[in-house]
Design a protein around this ligand. Sequence first.
Ligand SMILES: [Zn+2]
Length: 416
Amino acid sequence: MSYRYRACPTATQVEGLALHCQHARYVWNLACEQQSYYAVAGRVSRPPNSASRCRQLAEARAEFDWLAAGSSSVQQQALRDWDQALRNWLTHRSHRRPSWRKAGRDEGCCVRDVHVRRLNRRWAAVFVPKVGWLRFRLSRPLPATTGMARITCDRAGRWQVSFTAAQPAVARESTGSAVGIDRGVAVTLATSDGQHHHMPHSGKADRKARTLAARMSRQRRGSHRRTATKQALAKLTARAADRRKDWVEKTSTRLVRAHDVIVFEDLRVTNMVRKPAAKPDPDNAAAFLPNRARAKAGLNRSIHRSCWGLLARRVEDKASASGVTVVTVNPAHSSTECRACGHTQPGNRESQTVFRCLACGHQAHADTHAAQVILARGLAAPRPPQDMGQDPPPGGSARGKPEPSVARTTRSQAAA
Ligand SMILES: [Zn+2]
């Protein structure tokens, strides 16, 4: 995990840091360009490896004064970062291919072997080559080791310093409880014990953002007024993102503290937020039929805003550091399968909130019911060897209801 702090650079330091970010971005984009040049079919030679790329950087620094004016360690680290990003993509650790960095959007650089100095109870400073000691606010204790510092500037113009360190364990005592979690849009997170958690969301801020975006669209590119509107919009969206991240951290800690086993659906969020395919009109070659792209875009926005992936990742990080088991199960038909009799039919879900089984009449809140189905699937799923010794812990209220058999669960999984 990263320990992030708000940095307060002086006006001179901002210039130096911005230059570091520019150089890092230039080197990264050049590596991208090389990779795509050699990836073209028919080229015989391969793209340069990381050692030859470092040599090329040294040659470029000898030739161009503007590049040599920057820090070589920052530029080399940008190359190493790019190599790591490419490795992550090739080994499927990341689904995103490293691509071009854009000025004003992806501003950041890395400093290796950092020196961190505590100034007082509230402030510390990190040494950045050619910039000096950069002060940052100690909003939380420093990690035990600070190997590398990443310095970033977001779109709202806030400078931040972050250090990577191991995730600390959540202070907790074993509760013996297991919980299933259903992630949704109307209810961000429903648990099998009947709780509903909602992502904080401000309609007022949304309206303000829409007004600002409309105003920006009317302003001339490059004008001072457009820059001011852009800044205001960036500040608004950054605050909303901060609120979401804060909610995810608090909710994931609460879940890990309260439960010994947490069951999630294995949602492929990337596949779920795809644009709908265009529908060609069979009668008119030049036209397309309506494909509800706008409605899907709205749904996608809500899915992105619900931070499903981030929530699952943070729960997994905290759980593995605290000895809590996380199980992921097949999500197929979890909202339409009956918990009591196993009957699966889309009509079982009467509305957004009501589940009523068409076979046995079992009725429940739809999201809570889906979370209970997920919990049952998770408890029936085979566990990794280290968990086999202990009995499945007794669940919350879901355990009071008849358990679906393993066979039924596997059948619904096979239906996927
Ligand atoms: Zn039923």
